[in-house]
Design a protein around this ligand. Structure first.
Ligand SMILES: CC(C)(COP(=O)(O)OP(=O)(O)OC[C@H]1O[C@@H](n2cnc3c(N)ncnc32)[C@H](O)[C@@H]1OP(=O)(O)O)[C@@H](O)C(=O)NCCC(=O)NCCS
Length: 213
C-alpha cells in the first residue's frame, strides 16, 4: 500500500533537475537540459506546474527512484512514517489558455517501476485532480496511447511492436487505465513520433481524453 502526496518541483535546484532528467530518461521521454530550462521558465510564468509524487511506502518495495547520490531529500509529512519519504515519480499540470469551461491538461505522469502496481499512480491522479480543482478547473484533459495497440490485431496495431520496433506489445492499456478513472475519449489522432528499427518514422495514435470535474 502506498500513501503519497505531491510537492512542487524546484528546477532552480540542480539536484532536482538531475533527478527529473533521470526519471524522464527511465521512461524514454525527453530529458534534454534545454527542455528543462524551458519548463523552469514556464513554471515562473505559471503555464506549467510540476510536482514530485512523494511516497512513504509501507510495502517492501525497494526504495526509490533515484540512483544518483545527490537526490533531493523530500520532507515527510508525518513524523510517524515508518520509512523515509521517496520521490517515486512526477506529474505536471498545465492550464489550457483561453478555454471555456476552464480546462487543465495533465502531462507526463511517471511512477518509478519499483513503485508500480501499488495504487500510487491512481492516488497521484486523485491528488492532481484536487490541485486542478482548487485552481478552478472544470475539465481535465490528457492524451494516452490508443488502446488499439494493445487489443486490435493487425500489423498497424498490436503487431506494430514486433514488426517495427522489435519489442513485445505493452502489458496493459494506459488509455483503459484512465477510462477506469472516468476519462472519456473524444478523438484519436496519430501524434507520437517514433523511429522504427529500419529508420522509418512512425506516428503512433493517441487517444485524446477528458473528464468533467
Ligand atoms: C501508468 C502508470 C503511471 C501506472 O502507475 P501505477 O502506480 O502502477 O498504477 P496503479 O498502481 O495505481 O494502478 C495499477 C493498475 O493499473 C493496471 N496495470 C498497471 N501496470 C500494469 C501491468 N504491467 N500489467 C497489467 N496491468 C497493469 C492494472 O489494472 C493495475 O491494477 P492491479 O495492480 O490491481 O492489477 C505507470 O505504469 C507508469 O509510470 N508507466 C510509465 C509512464 C506512462 O505510461 N505514463 C502514462 C502516460 S499517458
Amino acid at each position: 500500500m502506498s500513501n503519497c502526496h505531491l510537492t512542487p518541483i524546484d528546477l532552480t535546484d540542480p539536484s532536482q533537475s538531475t533527478e527529473l532528467a533521470h526519471q524522464r530518461r527511465l521512461c524514454g521521454w525527453d530529458y534534454d537540459p534545454a527542455t528543462l530550462t524551458t519548463w523552469k521558465q514556464r513554471q515562473i510564468e505559471g503555464s506549467k506546474l510540476l510536482f514530485w509524487i512523494v511516497t512513504s511506502s509501507t510495502s517492501s518495495s525497494p526504495s526509490p527512484s533515484s540512483s544518483s547520490s545527490n537526490t533531493p531529500k523530500p520532507t515527510s509529512t508525518s513524523t510517524t512514517d515508518p520509512k523515509p519519504a521517496t520521490l517515486c515519480g512526477h506529474i505536471s499540470l498545465e492550464p489550457t489558455p483561453t478555454t471555456t469551461p476552464k480546462t487543465f491538461s495533465i502531462k507526463t505522469l511517471f511512477i518509478h517501476p519499483s513503485h508500480r502496481r501499488g495504487g500510487t499512480g491512481r492516488q497521484a491522479m486523485q491528488l492532481i485532480e484536487k490541485e486542478a480543482s482548487v485552481r478552478g478547473a472544470q475539465w481535465l484533459e490528457l492524451t494516452a496511447l490508443s488502446k488499439r495497440y494493445v487489443y486490435d490485431d493487425g500489423p498497424q496495431w498490436r503487431g506494430i511492436w514486433e514488426t517495427k520496433f522489435g519489442i513485445a506489445p505493452p502489458a496493459f492499456s494506459v488509455q483503459e487505465w484512465y477510462e477506469g478513472m472516468g476519462f472519456v475519449v473524444w478523438k484519436e489522432e496519430p501524434v507520437t513520433e517514433e523511429r522504427a528499427l529500419d529508420g522509418e518514422v512512425v506516428f503512433l495514435w493517441e487517444a485524446f481524453m477528458r473528464k468533467g470535474l
